[in-house]
Design a protein around this ligand. Structure first.
Ligand code: NAP
Length: 251
C-alpha cells in the first residue's frame, strides 16, 4: 500500500462520490487531506468522521471552494498553504454532467460542463503549480473519464471536457517535470455513484454488457489508483492516463 505520510493533499469535490472516497483513501494512507466542498459542508465533514472512526489522526479539515471561480480556487490553495505550509498532492475530481444529444444541447449545458470539468481543473492546477514549482515537488492527479478517450453519444460536452483534461495533463506534465512535479490522469469507466445512479435501467444494462469484468466499478477502485499516482511509488511516472474500467475500452 503506497504510503502518503507527511503529505498535504487537496481533493476537489470531496463531499461525496468518488472524491469522498479518494479523500478517505489518501488520509488512510497518512496524508493530511483538505476535503473540498462548494456548498453544504456536511458531506465533507462525514469524511472527517470516517477518519475518526478509523483511528486516523491528523489535521485533515474541510475547505470551501468553487472550482468554476478562479478567485475561489486561488483562495482555496492559499488557505491550504496558510494552514499547512505546503501542498504535495492535488486531485482534480470535481465534475458534473449535463447530458443531451448534440443538436439539442444548450449553450448553457455546454458551457457549464466545460467550465466545471476542464476550466475548474485549470484554475486549481495553475494556482497549485506555483506552490509545487517552488517546493520542487508535487503530484497532480486529474479525474478524466473513458468517455474522454472513446466518446459517448449524448455526452459531447462531458467527453470534450474529459478529453481536454487529458491534454491538460500531458501539457502540464511536460511543463512541470523539470521541477519534479508530476501530472497524471485516471480515466474511470462506469462507477457506482450519484452521477450514474440516475441512468435508466436499459442504459445501465447496456453499459454492463460492454464491461469485460461484468461489474460496475466502485469509488474505492478509483481511489487506490489515485493514491498510487499521488505517492512516491509513482516517482518516475508523469503524463500518463490510466483507464480504470473493468476492461471496457482496451484495444
Ligand atoms: P458525483 O457523485 O456527482 O460528485 C461530484 C462532486 O463534484 C460533488 O462533490 C460535487 O459537489 C463536486 N462539484 C461539482 N461542481 C463543483 C464545483 N463547481 N466546485 C467544487 N465541487 C464541485 O460524481 P462522481 O461520480 O463522484 O464523479 C467524480 C469525478 O469522477 C467527476 O469528475 C466525474 O466526471 C468523474 N467520473 C465519474 C464516473 C462515474 O461513473 N461515476 C466515471 C468517469 C469519471 P456538490 O455535492 O456540491 O454537487
Amino acid at each position: 500500500m503506497s504510503d502518503l505520510s507527511g503529505k498535504i493533499a487537496l481533493v476537489t469535490g470531496a463531499n461525496r462520490g468518488i472524491g469522498s472516497e479518494i479523500a478517505y483513501e489518501l488520509g488512510r494512507r497518512g496524508a493530511t487531506v483538505a476535503v473540498n466542498y462548494r456548498g453544504d459542508d456536511s458531506g465533507a465533514r462525514s469524511v472527517l468522521r470516517r477518519f475518526a472512526e478509523a483511528g486516523v489522526s491528523g489535521a485533515s479539515d474541510t475547505f470551501k471552494g468553487d472550482v468554476v471561480d478562479a478567485a475561489s480556487c486561488v483562495a482555496l490553495i492559499d488557505a491550504i498553504v496558510a494552514r499547512y505550509g505546503r501542498l504535495d498532492v492535488v486531485v482534480n475530481n470535481a465534475g458534473i454532467t449535463r447530458d443531451g444529444l448534440l443538436v439539442r444541447m444548450s449553450d448553457g449545458d455546454w458551457d457549464s460542463v466545460i467550465r466545471t470539468n476542464l476550466t475548474g481543473a485549470f484554475f486549481i492546477t495553475r494556482a497549485a503549480a506555483k506552490i509545487m514549482m517552488k517546493q520542487r515537488s508535487g503530484s497532480i492527479v486529474n479525474i478524466s473519464s473513458v468517455v474522454g478517450l472513446v466518446g459517448n453519444a449524448g455526452q459531447a460536452n462531458y467527453a470534450s471536457a474529459k478529453a481536454g483534461l487529458i491534454g491538460l495533463t500531458k501539457s502540464v506534465a511536460r511543463e512541470l517535470a523539470s521541477r519534479n512535479v508530476r501530472v497524471n490522469a485516471v480515466a474511470p469507466g462506469f462507477i457506482e455513484t450519484g452521477m450514474t445512479a440516475e441512468l435508466p435501467q436499459a442504459a445501465r444494462e447496456a453499459a454492463l454488457g460492454n464491461i469485460a469484468m461484468r461489474r460496475f466499478g466502485t469509488p474505492a477502485d478509483i481511489a487506490a489508483a489515485v493514491a498510487f499516482f499521488a505517492s512516491d511509488d509513482a516517482a518516475y511516472i508523469t503524463g500518463q492516463v490510466l483507464a480504470i474500467d473493468g476492461g471496457m475500452t482496451f484495444a
